[in-house]
Ligand binder design. Structure first.
Ligand code: HEC
Length: 257
């Protein structure tokens, strides 16, 4: 059994790296790799003069298909198939009408030319799986780690950190926006790593501690390192500056106890 698992693992990672290699070979000449959304947005506001990109970035493509192709509320495998269909169709005949990215982030690009060497079905499957997973993998890579509440409470006590519970739902658009645009920012990660321990809680399927009630999504619940004192509970979306400001205020309040 152990052998089989290892073998499966090998196949899966080969599959993922096949997608990456195909992207490199067929797409990367125009679509660059990960660029934080803050930079992509700033670039778009200056009509692409900041970065002079040739096409939307890989993370933009990945974020776009996860948000807007097929039904993101359906199960993941069903959406993965829909994304594969979308990619198949887009590279067979690229047309702006099929676009799933916000116009304000793409209007300055030329049309994508048709592919000179068409990819076969297996290659498109590997490539679109890679695209499908890329965005989430990047968020994970660039954001602070999150823990279960029990683990977080222990770490908070030992390291004198504040527990920050993020109230989320898998399909809450503003939670996704925070993941993609705020949590991945290096300054945010740094402050969170230094002063906080993060917990992600699904506000419908999971209970909040200390009898707190969900304030909807996105929402934030801050608990002192003593594990008993609620410092604050807030809801709503904040951009990077607003979020950092909130973290600083919470830290100052925590220091007063
Ligand atoms: C020669 C440059 C070039 C290459 C090579 C290229 N693209 Fe594109 N692609 C573009 C440009 C420019 C756009 C933006 C305009 C548009 O949507 O047609 C684009 C847009 C797209 C979109 C649509 C995004 C949206 O707005 O919804 C997808 C999907 C896409 N590319 C996938 C791919 C994949 C997959 C490959 C590799 C197999 C690839 N592209 C190769 C230039 C390129």
């Amino acid at each position: 059994m152990k052998k089989l698992m290892l073998w499966m693992g090998g196949v899966l990672s080969l599959y993922a790296s096949e997608g990456a290699a195909l992207f490199e070979k067929h797409c990367a000449a125009c679509h660059s790799g990960y660029i934080p959304m803050s930079k992509v947005i700033a670039n778009a506001e200056q009509n692409n003069t900041l970065l002079s990109l040739k096409a939307p970035t890989l993370n933009q493509l990945s974020f776009g298909v996860r948000l807007n192709v097929g039904d993101r509320k359906a199960d993941e495998e069903a959406q993965r198939m829909e994304v594969e269909e979308f990619i198949t169709s887009y590279i067979a005949s690229p047309q702006r009408e099929k676009s799933v990215l916000p116009k304000e982030l793409t209007h300055f690009y030329p049309d994508m030319p048709p592919m000179p060497n068409p990819l076969n079905e297996d290659e498109i499957e590997a490539l679109s799986s890679y695209l499908f997973e890329y965005g989430e993998a990047m968020i994970k890579k660039h954001s602070v780690e999150s823990y279960s509440y029990e683990e977080a409470a222990k770490i908070a006590k030992e390291q004198k950190k504040i527990i920050m519970i993020r109230g989320v739902l898998p399909f809450c658009k503003w939670c996704i926006k925070m993941d993609r645009e705020v949590m991945v920012e290096p300054e945010v990660r740094e402050v969170l790593e230094k002063e906080f321990v993060v917990v992600k809680t699904n506000v419908i399927t999971e209970k909040l501690p200390l009898g707190m009630k969900s304030l909807g999504t996105p929402s934030f619940y801050f608990i002192h390192s003593d594990g008993e004192t609620i410092i604050d509970q807030l809801n709503g979306y904040g951009d990077k500056e607003e979020f950092l400001e909130m973290l600083r205020r919470i830290k100052a309040e925590a220091d007063r106890y």
